[in-house]
Design a protein around this ligand. Sequence first.
Ligand code: G1P
Length: 287
Amino acid sequence: MKVKKAVIPAAGFGTRMLPASKSVPKEMLPIYDKPTLHHIVKEVVDSGITDILIIISKDKGSIEDYFDVNFELEYELNKKSSEISKEIHRLSELANIYTVRQKRKNGLGDAIRYAESFVENDPFAILLGDDIVYNSSDEKPCIKQMMDIYEKEECPILGVQKVNWDDVSKYGIVNGKQIQDRITEVQSLVEKPSRQEATTNLAILGRYIVTPDIFPILHDTKPGKNNEIQLTDALNKLASKRKMLAYDFIGKRYDVGNKLGFVKATVDFALNDPKIQDELLKFLREK
Ligand code: G1P
């Protein structure tokens, strides 16, 4: 079975990006010339998925506006350059974007519950807005790599990479047995363990393929770490019932939810633009 739907939770406060995220959703802060969310939606679309549910919250209306048509703007732009006008119009045609509002910020697990009627009985991809994965044009996008594994294995897949041991307390951590190059069979998961508690440094980096049997478990999941309903806790329960794989994906991942990661991503994406590459490099060397 193919994965045809994607869910992007974008309801959090973005505390680590304050004050920039006070009145602009953190998902709308630009990584070089596009909002973070645009990069994520592009990864989904480039992977062949066109039905996308974005889980938002109050004060995040600019996310809906961004992917909607803006006739007035297109009309005005068209007077100067039809190219820019077309580029802006293409945004509204990228995908079928649906939104739903999370009523209270009760954690990632709670946010995913809002996707149940959109997902129905299908497997679906989850992409978190704090994690941008860069893949060069000769690599498959990260979520596509995972979709391809799903097609063969038909079980939940977690996108992982090894992180510094000092950072394990920021992530969902995978315990399991490596069964192939890049693939680990998941035995258990723990959300944000301390350095001492963690038995591996294999971290879930914001990419998942999940099966709909997660929903009954999510409904029964009690608040965990930070008193929030954790997706990792529900996935841990699911892993005790069925096969689940962790896939060490190919690609450079940026944590754009913190200031340093955000700047690093912005610089790298800007350096990929031939129009400013040379001058930016010169500037960075001078620094
Ligand atoms: C969330 C998940 C965590 C995952 C991380 C990846 O945490 O709960 O398991 O490793 O995203 O970025 P958050 O960063 O939202 O606290």
